[in-house]
Ligand binder design. Structure first.
Ligand code: HMG
Length: 440
């Protein structure tokens, strides 16, 4: 069977940065350690006042098309995943295609366009749509462009404000991919929840504590479902496990859950038995509550073992390097985590060709999806072509007052003339809803 997967990615960060320990913490009268140690964040990316989900998505897509030498005829499908959309009729992909048509010969009139909405998991769902389209043989040799783009902003004073971010990830899904092949197997955990909602509002209503419980419950269900169709996983099966990363502290909890689950009935559980005992089995308990209490006790001890710390340092920690610097990008977040892990491998001269990743996507609302990926031969070239470190270095560092101005601007008030903090450099900029243009 021909391999189908992600051929290339490009990342576009919002061009402003908010320094959490040094700018945000003093303004909020909070200990900087809450951000850096507790949540695991250093800075977050913000869009300048001329950036939005269309410009960031189009800029990431243009970079990807230029680097891969693509023209519109090579693309048979454009799917945008976002939960920051402003148009309830036309999909954001039509706006992005409109931008790209200004700079390439030809057009995307032949391409199927859509917009996927299911909180943060929509980015992965769009990749699935592209994968299924290719597998069904409907692509006529063409590739699919998937763009995950969001301005993940919360109301001021909301606990989520600390986890904000903005940026876009463009991905090319094709046959014989250079970066990763996707597994046919997938696992799901899905339920109707009300922990995170955006009913006709730009900033979400969130029950933060509940959202963390729901994340872990759905992720556990998805892991179990994946195992039921794939294989009984072992912690060493994967080079890296990129999870959806609303903030690195959340992934600390997800990583522990994954490790506990995958060491069951393995030599690792046996080796740890003298130190912390074997993990509780549900059949040993009269009721579910007592079992869950016992599991929590086991996990408390497990997280302090050398075996777990070493695994976490190797398999999870590298997925968080970018997230610490950019915050939550909603639909793009898990794709940033994958890029972060592969960049870590490249920097450390580790050849991960043929190794597996386990990818844990999540969308509040709520659904988790698990699939595996096999790293392809061209991964290093693709990852080394990314300019994300340079982009992050060049962000303008906003003061708290400037942050407030930008934050107000992105609460659907983008039509007024606003101060710009950076200068656009041959990129798409916002000039009013539905009217995008390129300027130098
Ligand atoms: P909170 O309730 O203010 O934080 O906000 P907390 O009190 O739970 O503290 C967080 C951690 O910091 C804790 O560590 C504290 O001990 C520690 P943990 O127990 O987790 O190990 N801490 C400190 N550490 C060092 N020095 C200190 C200090 N103080 C405390 N001085 C909350 C956390 C998640 C509720 C908030 O950020 C929030 O509401 N965020 C938005 C929702 C969210 O991100 N939820 C995550 C799961 S849902 C999801 O991922 C979906 C999403 O991406 C949207 C979508 O899918 O569309 C959001």
């Amino acid at each position: 069977m021909t391999a189908v997967g992600i051929d290339a990615i490009e990342i576009w960060t919002g061009k402003l940065q908010l320094d959490l320990p040094n700018t945000f913490a003093p303004a909020k009268d909070q200990d900087p350690g809450y951000y850096t140690e507790g949540l695991g964040l250093e800075t977050s990316s913000f869009p300048d006042t001329y950036e939005d989900i269309v410009t960031m998505g189009a800029n990431a897509a243009k970079r990807l098309m230029d680097r891969k030498g693509l023209v519109p005829d090579d693309v048979g499908r454009i799917d945008v995943a976002t939960e920051s959309a402003f148009d309830n009729s036309k999909p954001v992909s039509t706006y992005i295609a409109g931008c790209l048509e200004k700079v390439y010969e030809g057009d995307f009139h032949h391409a199927n366009k859509g917009e996927r909405k299911f909180a943060c998991v929509a980015g992965t769902q769009s990749i699935d749509d592209a994968y299924n389209w290719i597998r069904a043989g409907r692509n006529r040799g063409r590739s699919a462009l998937v763009v995950a783009t969001d301005t993940a902003l919360y109301a001021r004073g909301d606990p989520g404000e600390a986890t904000q971010g903005a940026g876009a990830v463009a991905m090319l899904v094709s046959e014989e991919p250079s970066l990763v092949e996707l597994s046919t197997e997938q696992g799901y955990g899905s339920a109707d929840e009300t922990d995170f909602l955006k009913p006709n509002q730009q900033f979400p209503s969130v029950d933060g504590k509940r959202s963390m419980q729901v994340y872990l419950a759905r992720m556990r269900e998805a892991v179990e479902d994946f195992e039921s169709v794939a294989w009984d996983m072992h912690p060493e099966d994967f080079a890296y496990i990129p999870f959806h990363t609303p903030f690195p502290g959340m992934v600390r909890k997800a990583g522990l859950l994954g490790y506990r689950h995958t060491i069951r009935d393995t030599e690792i559980e046996d080796e740890l038995a003298d130190e912390i005992g074997r993990q509780p089995r549900e059949a040993e308990y009269d009721d579910r509550e007592a079992y869950e209490e016992a599991i929590r006790g086991y996990m408390d001890e497990l997280k302090d073992t050398d075996a777990y710390r070493d695994w976490y340092r190797r398999v999870i920690e590298p997925t968080l390097n970018l997230s610490r610097r950019v915050g939550n990008w909603y639909t793009g977040s898990v794709h940033v985590a994958r890029a972060s892990a592969l960049a870590h491998a490249a920097e450390n001269d580790r050849d991960v060709t043929g190794e597996k990743l386990l990818v844990g996507s999540y969308g509040s609302g709520a659904q988790a999806e698990i699939h595996a990926e096999t790293v392809q031969e061209g991964w290093r070239e693709e990852i080394e072509a990314l300019s994300i470190d340079d982009q992050l270095e060049r962000r303008y560092d906003v003061s708290y007052d400037e942050y407030e101005t930008v934050h107000d601007a992105h609460n659907h008030e983008m039509d007024r003339e606003l101060e710009e903090f950076t200068t656009p450099e041959g990129e798409f900029v916002h000039v009013g809803w539905g009217r995008m243009s390129e300027r130098k």
